[in-house]
Design a protein around this ligand. Structure first.
Ligand code: ATR
Length: 273
């Protein structure tokens, strides 16, 4: 790490393929602050997380982006957790203010902003597929925006506990009839990740009045999104979530508005089909 710079890092395990350094560094260049800020990826295993956090306090790292598996693991080591992140139960950003570590969650912004650009979420029926960490951010954001949410998950118990926390409905993922009736379908399961032939739902339940948002962004056009496109649905790529949460995170780490166009361009140039 270069001395005298303010460093930001993304930690994860694995983390090598993260697009976050490319997106944030493009933002620094666009604002002319790349001589002050630098964003890098750092592989930190769950075993190393406690030490990493201890060393973070006296380091010149001002911002930490957390990805799998750290979003919940780091919570006990922080000094403060913002109210929204507490409600979601996970963080994806840590701000280091001279040794005081505060956790935030910007994933929910990434979940909701791409949808709000297309539709007013109030009273819309939304099917959220999955009940893991990503689902928590989606459900929080959707409920806050006034949507009616049904959580559908392979393991029904997990859907139930999330549904109770966020006053939503829950069903097994196999309940395709409910998904067919939804105005919006958000996939937060890992089905389709690095697997262009798998989708969490069958193609026949999709229709042209629906919006389908897949949080999976590798590949960019998942089987679910291909099926949705064939059915005439509007589609939202997972990379939109990545980008909108990054805009919010950029603001947290630098105190500056994110240069959205430059950050989007950098991401699009580096996305894989
Ligand atoms: P993340 O933090 O990315 O949300 P996670 O917390 O591990 O990851 O959650 C993964 C989600 O994908 C879960 O909802 C999981 O369903 P279960 O709760 O039943 O495990 C879902 N998932 C993973 N593989 C799946 C599969 N083959 N079919 C259906 N759902 C699957």
């Amino acid at each position: 790490m270069t001395k005298g710079l303010k460093h930001c890092v993304i930690i994860g395990d694995p983390v090598e393929h993260s697009l976050s350094p490319i997106i944030h560094n493009a933002g620094y260049i666009a604002l002319g602050i790349s001589d002050k800020y630098q964003f890098t990826a750092l592989r930190v295993s769950p075993k190393e997380i406690k030490n990493f956090i201890a060393e973070l306090r006296t380091s010149d790292i001002v911002g930490v982006s957390c990805t799998v598996p750290h979003k919940e693991l780091v919570l006990p080591y922080l000094d403060e957790i913002d109210e929204v992140a507490t409600e979601i139960g996970a963080i994806n950003s840590i701000v280091n203010d001279n040794g005081h570590l505060k956790g935030f969650n910007t994933d929910w912004v990434g979940a909701v902003e791409p949808l709000i650009k297309l539709v007013d979420l109030k009273n819309k029926n939304v099917a959220v597929l999955g009940a893991g960490g990503a689902a928590r951010a989606f459900v929080y954001g959707l409920k806050k925006s006034g949507a009616n949410v049904t959580i559908l998950n392979r393991t029904l118990e997990k859907a139930k506990s999330l549904a109770i926390q966020f006053a939503s409905e829950f069903l097994p993922l196999s309940d395709q009839a409910k998904i067919a009736q939804a105005d919006i379908i958000c996939n937060t399961t890992s089905v389709g990740l690095n697997d262009p032939l798998s989708s969490p739902i069958g193609p026949n339940i999709l229709n042209s009045s629906q919006i389908v948002f897949d949080a999976v962004y590798s590949p960019q056009k998942t089987k679910l999104l291909k099926d949705a496109e064939s059915a005439g649905s509007k589609i939202i790529y997972g990379s939109e979530m990545l980008l909108f949460q990054a805009y919010e995170q950029f603001k947290l780490f630098t105190g500056l508005e994110a240069p959205e166009k430059a950050m989007r361009q950098a991401m699009e140039e580096n996305l894989h089909e």
